[in-house]
Design a protein around this ligand. Sequence first.
Ligand code: ADP
Ligand code: NG1
Ligand code: MG
Length: 481
Amino acid sequence: MSMPSDTVPVIYIPDELRQSDRVQRLVKHFESKFGDKPVFLVRVPGRVNIIGEHIDYVGYPVFPMALKQDIVMAVSVNTSPHIELTNLDADNYSDVTIDATNLEFPQPPQWYHYFQCGYKGVVERYCNGQPPLGLNVAVHGSIPPSSGLSSSSAMVCASAFATIIAFHQKTNLLSIPIDKLEITQLCIKSERYIGTDSGGMDQAIAILAEEGSAKYIEFIPELTAVNVRLPEGVDFYISHCGVSMNKAATAYYNTRVAETRLAAAYIAKKLNISGYRLGDQLWVVQQASAIPLALMGDKLKEIFDPNKHSAIPLALMGDKLKEIFDPNKHSYNKAEIVSVLGIDNDELERTFLSRVSEPIDTFRLYQRALHAYDEAYRVQEFRRVCETSGDVDRLGQLMNESHDSCRDLYECSHPKLDQLVQHALSYGAIGSRLTGAGWGGCIVSLVPADKSPAFEANMSRHSKFNCKSGPSGGALIYKLF
Ligand code: ADP
Ligand code: NG1
Ligand code: MG
C-alpha cells in the first residue's frame, strides 16, 4: 500500500510552466487588475470518478482519478480587509470585492462563494484572533463547470491553499508544511458552506492524487487513499452530454443525502441495531449488523432472523433490503417513516431535512439504499479486478451496472447522459457510465486502446468536450520568486 507524501508540495515554478501561454496570460491579467505581481500560484485538478457514485457520503470507498484539467489561482496578500477576485473568464465570472469580515452564502451560489468556502475554512481553523486577511486573486479554470468533474472542489481547495499560504506569508511562516490529510478534511467540511452535504471524494482526490494512478479512497475508519494501477491496453474517455447542472443551486443532491440517511434509520429500527444514532450513514447499519457488503442486496429478507446477522456479506444486502422495505412500493411518505422510526415530524425535519431546500414528501428508501450497497460492492470488485486479473470486460460490466443503477435506482442520470452512454457503447466502449453527481454533465468510458482513435472521432460528433483522461497529479503550490 502506498500513501502519497504527507505535505502539499510547495515548489519554485518550473520555467516551462512559467513561460506557458496560460500562466503568462494569468499573470498579466493579475498585474493589470492589481498593479502588482502575484507571489505564488495554486493548481488544483478536477477529477473523474471511475466508479462509486453517491456513496462517499454514505461512508463507502470510491475510485476516482485526477485530471489534467484544473483551477489555477495567482495570489498575493493585500493590506485591506478585502478579498479581490478576478477571473480570466470575465464573461462568466465577474470581478468581485468581498468584505472578508462578513462572508455570506446566499442562494443561488455565485462563483466567488466557492472561493469563500475555502477561505472561511482556513481562517476559522488557523487565523483565529488575527486581523482579516486581504487577498488579491486571479483565477483561471479549464475544468468544464457543473459537469461532474469537480470544478467546485478544485475552486474550494485552491482557495483554501491560497488563504493558508498567504497567511503563512503574512506571518512569515511560509515554511510551515501543509499536512495533506488535515487540509483535505478541512476542504471537505468547507465546501459544505455552499449548501451541499457532500462526501469527501472530490477534495480527497484533488489533494491526494499521484500522477499515473487512480485512487481507492476510503473514509471509514479514517481517510486513506491507495494507488491502484489501471489495466494496460485500455483508455478512459470523458465526454460531455451538453447539459450542465450546478449541484448547490438545486435540492437534488441533498435530497439524496437525506434519503440515504432516512433509509439507514429505517433499517436500523427494523433490525433493532444498537449503537446506531439518528442521522448515521448507511455504512453504520451494514457494519453494525455485520452484513458483508456483497450480501446486503439479496439477503435483506433474512434480516429479521437474528441468527443470520453475523453471516451476511455486503453483496447480500440487496436481498436483505427486500425484507425491510417493500421493493414494489414506489416511495415512503413522512407519516409512514415517523411511525416506524418512533419520532415526530419535527425531529424528522430537524435531523434529516434541514439542509434540503425544497419541500419533499416522499422518499425512495429502498431504491437509494439498494443503489448504495450494490455500488459499494462494485467498487470493491473493481479494485479487486484491477489488482488481480485485470479483466477489462468485467470492469466494463461493473461500469455499465453502475450507470444502470444511477439511472434506475438513484435517478441521478439525464436522458442526454443515457443517450451518450449508448453512443459510447456502440462505438466500442467496454463500459460507460455517468460520472460525478449526475443530472447532466459527463460520462466516463472504458475503451480498448486500439479502438480509441475511432471512438474519439465518433464521439466528438455527439459531444463538444470529449477527451482521453490519464491519471494526473494532485494539488501543488508554485512559488513565483
Ligand atoms: P462540478 O460538477 O464541476 O463540481 P458544481 O455544480 O459542484 O459542479 O460547481 C460548479 C460551480 O463552480 C460553478 O457554477 C461555478 O460557480 C464554480 N466554478 C467552476 N469553475 C469555475 C471557474 N473556472 N471560475 C470560477 N468559478 C468556477
Ligand atoms: P460533483 O458532481 O463533482 O459536484 C458530487 C460530490 C461528491 C460525490 C459525487 C457523487 C461535492 C463537492 N461533490 O460531485 O462528493 O458525492 O457528487 O458521487 O458535492
Ligand atoms: Mg461539485
